[in-house]
Design a protein around this ligand. Structure first.
Ligand code: WQD
Length: 342
């Protein structure tokens, strides 16, 4: 059974990916310092899989502390690197926090990959590397534009650091560019845990539905789209997890392959904000308290993926629908009310 190190394993996408890895026979260890996540998620992973995942509560910016993980586990066959700060607005207010955390953690990891001769790396990247995409749907050959935020810039630089490192070290790697991950595992044992007030649409919707937040504002209804609201590519977080497992499997199956690749992880369908709200209301049989508001600075009008390269190269199967996203996100939100978050 292959051993995989997942950094940021207690985060939203990291935890869902760990569930999929375990369900596919991988042995998983995690590094997560809970700066942006909660240890409760480890209980959720155990409840779903029956497995206790060993998590090292250390900061990846601390090279010596991180090295201990590699000394304890000299049989790590692959690494999935999620650990990073990802709040666009916060990155604009605190750019150095983002450059330091997201880049020092990555270069430390690459240093240890070389020292301990790890062969496979999957990197958590983002559709935000495209900036204001010049074509739709976005393909992996779409030119990246100037990053709209320091967060997006750290993802662009992270990709370039890995590409240049792999020119002098025999690393197989995949850069996975997520579109808009949303939803939760159907058990409602794990899900998104926004730090403070949610920035993203779906958790804002679910917290409005439970009454934790008073009203959802739809930022802008005068865009040149079918209903005036922005278009995005919402993809179920379990499908994102499945893509990471598929990526590792492909590199294992084809160790001599040219695995220096970029993949868009989106559902391949553009949905408007209004459509998201209406779908949420329909599948959960409720009325949401929402209103139109001014546009949000920095929002792109429309972005959605051409995901065929990932589907074909990785044998990636998407198993969840837009309706599943809205249903599972709300089910998770409803269970949160009963959880005492440490
Ligand atoms: C989606 C749409 C908002 C909240 C973010 C990150 C990006 C990537 C994907 C990580 C927009 C509208 C939102 C609200 C609203 N993440 N909205 N009211 O900005 O597309 O992308 O997630 O890699 O880096 O920036 O996601 O969920 O914030 O917004 O109307 O209360 O919902 O205007 O059109 P976004 P989002």
């Amino acid at each position: 059974m292959s051993k995989v190190l997942v950094t940021g394993g207690c985060g939203y996408i990291g935890s869902h990916t760990i569930v999929d890895l375990i369900n596919n026979g991988f042995e998983v260890i995690s590094i997560d310092n809970f700066s942006r996540s909660n240890p409760l998620i480890l209980d959720g992973i155990k409840a779903i899989t029956g497995k206790v995942v060993s998590n090292y509560n250390i900061d990846l910016c601390d090279l010596e502390a991180t090295k201990k993980v590699f000394e304890d586990h000299t049989d790590i066959e692959g690494i999935i690197h999620f650990a990073a700060y990802k709040m666009v607005g916060e990155s604009v207010e605190k750019p150095l926090l983002y450059y330091h955390n997201n880049l020092v953690s990555l270069t430390n990891l690459l240093q240890l990959i070389e020292e301990f001769r790890v062969q496979n790396l999957v990197f958590s990247s983002s559709c935000s590397v495209y900036g204001n995409a010049t074509e739709l749907p976005v393909t992996e050959n779409t030119l990246t534009q100037k990053a709209e935020s320091p967060y997006a810039h750290t993802k662009q630089m992270g990709e370039a650091i890995i590409e240049n490192f792999a020119k002098c070290y025999p690393l197989k790697y995949m850069l996975l560019r997520y579109f808009n991950p949303a939803g939760a595992h159907e058990s409602a044992q794990i899900g998104e845990l926004p730090i403070d007030r949610p920035q993203n649409l779906v958790p804002y919707i679910t917290k409005t539905a439970t009454g934790e937040l008073e009203q959802l504002s739809i930022f802008g209804n005068d865009y040149p789209t079918k209903d005036g609201t922005c278009i995005r590519d919402y993809i179920h977080v379990m499908d994102i997890g499945g893509a990471h497992t598929a990526a590792l499997k492909r590199m294992q199956q084809d160790p001599d392959g040219d695995w220096a690749n970029i993949y868009n992880l989106g559902a391949g369908v553009g949905r408007s904000v209004l459509e998201a709200v209406q779908t949420f209301e329909q599948v959960n049989n409720l009325q949401l308290n929402w209103t139109y508001a001014d546009r949000r600075p920095g929002d792109v009008i429309a972005v959605y993926a051409d995901n065929q390269k990932a589907v074909n190269d990785l044998n990636w199967q998407l198993n969840y629908s837009f309706e599943d996203i809205m249903k599972s996100a709300y089910q998770w939100e409803l269970t949160l009310a009963d959880k005492v978050l440490v």
